[in-house]
Design a protein around this ligand. Structure first.
Ligand SMILES: Nc1ncnc2c1ncn2[C@@H]1O[C@H](COP(=O)(O)OP(=O)(O)O)[C@@H](O)[C@H]1O
Ligand SMILES: [Mg+2]
Length: 351
């Protein structure tokens, strides 16, 4: 029975306990048809356990997983319309690339001619046309991972489940595979459920992200929303870099503002908060100006990174220092220099 509101996977108050360890605390989310949905969070927060409950290799202690409207409780992994790609490759070493990709098709009785056609189509999709007769051992790590992808996609599952599939690749290859994964997703129009601890990968690839921490989901939304409007201190710190300041809501001329760093620091709108708060300011939401900024400081450290330059600026306020990032060629300030720092209006977030 298919549902028609575009929801493909639905988790309802799903909880998983191993002995005394609560791995997943009661989570809810929907993955929509055709969506690239990423579950991101630190190591040990419950991502793999969540994915394994969707694939059927684990059963929830409480709650329910639905796929396409069907409760999955009694459905074993092989009865679910999902396929899995892991971090550690699991190609069959004694089979050729083509045999690896066609393995699932053969098992379900797809005849040879159609099988060959589908193998060709999916090897082309992952950029490995003509690789049919190679052995996995003759391929690079990135190529092997693409074969694993082709093998998981070839029988066109309703959902492709990916558990840190790029973690074992070096940075350059990882970046290239990110672009390719996104393109593969667009071409297949399939639903991808992706698990990673790497917030950069999550931001680059996803239509929507769920940020997980200690078995709970802290926020679900499109990457930009999560980055610009984090729902918690944890999300602000985990997704991207940020400055977190303890601050106080005070009265200024009859209205509430948040004062950061004491009387000589800067103020931001309180947005209804009161008492002690935490303020998050992204490094790119501070700018270094000639003068007339919000406060002054001295450049303590400077890290040139090519496309951007990171600064640590010492300030003589109730906060010790601020991290500032300057894009492009505008980072020509040296350590020891006094700078005026301005806050981009509307950018700070108050918790
Ligand atoms: N089979 C298991 N038995 C006992 N504890 C487990 C088992 N699988 C996972 N855990 C525990 O559940 C928590 C979440 O693990 P996992 O889902 O693998 O996290 P992640 O994938 O986010 O790194 C961890 O504390 C882990 O040690
Ligand atoms: Mg994991």
């Amino acid at each position: 029975m298919a549902v028609h509101d575009g929801t493909l996977i639905k988790l309802d108050d799903v909880r998983k306990q191993f002995g005394d360890v609560v791995a997943v605390e009661g989570i809810d989310f929907d993955v929509r048809q055709g969506e690239f949905f990423t579950l991101v969070g630190p190591s040990g927060c419950g991502k793999t356990t969540t994915l394994r409950m969707i694939s059927g290799f684990e059963q929830p202690t409480e709650g329910q997983v639905r796929i396409d409207g069907r409760g999955m409780t009694a459905i074993p992994p092989e009865g679910r319309d999902t396929n899995l790609v892991f971090q550690h490759l699991s190609l069959f070493p004694h089979m050729t690339v083509g045999e690896n990709v066609g393995y699932g098709l053969k098992k379900t009785g797809v005849e040879a001619a159609e099988r060959d056609e589908r193998i060709r189509e999916y090897l082309e999709l992952v950029g490995l046309e003509g690789f049919n007769d190679r052995n996995p051992s003759e391929l690079s790590g990135g190529q092997q991972q693409r074969v694993a992808l082709a093998r998981a996609l070839v029988n066109e599952p309703a959902v492709l489940l990916l558990d840190e599939p790029l973690s074992s690749l070096d940075r350059k290859l990882r970046k290239r595979m990110q672009v390719e994964l996104r393109q593969i997703h667009e071409k297949t129009q399939g639903s991808f459920f992706y698990v990673t601890h790497d917030q950069e990968v999550a931001m680059t690839l996803s239509d929507r992200i769920a940020v997980m921490n200690e078995g709970r989901i802290e926020q679900i939304g499109p990457p930009e929303e999560i980055y610009r409007d984090p729902a918690s201190e944890f999300v602000a710190g985990f997704i991207g870099d940020t400055n977190l300041f303890d601050a106080e809501v005070v009265d200024r001329d009859g209205s509430d503002v948040v004062r950061v760093g004491g009387p000589d620091g800067f103020v931001v709108p309180s947005n209804g908060a009161s008492g002690g708060v935490t303020v998050s300011v992204r490094p790119e939401d501070f700018t270094l100006v000639g003068d007339d900024g919000d406060f002054i400081g001295e450049v303590k450290e400077r890290y040139f990174q090519g496309d951007q330059t990171n600064f640590v600026v010492d300030v003589d306020l109730d906060i010790d220092e601020v991290q500032v990032v300057v894009q492009g060629r505008e980072g020509g300030v040296d350590t020891g220099e006094t700078v005026s720092v301005a806050v981009v209006e509307g950018a700070p977030v108050v918790f």
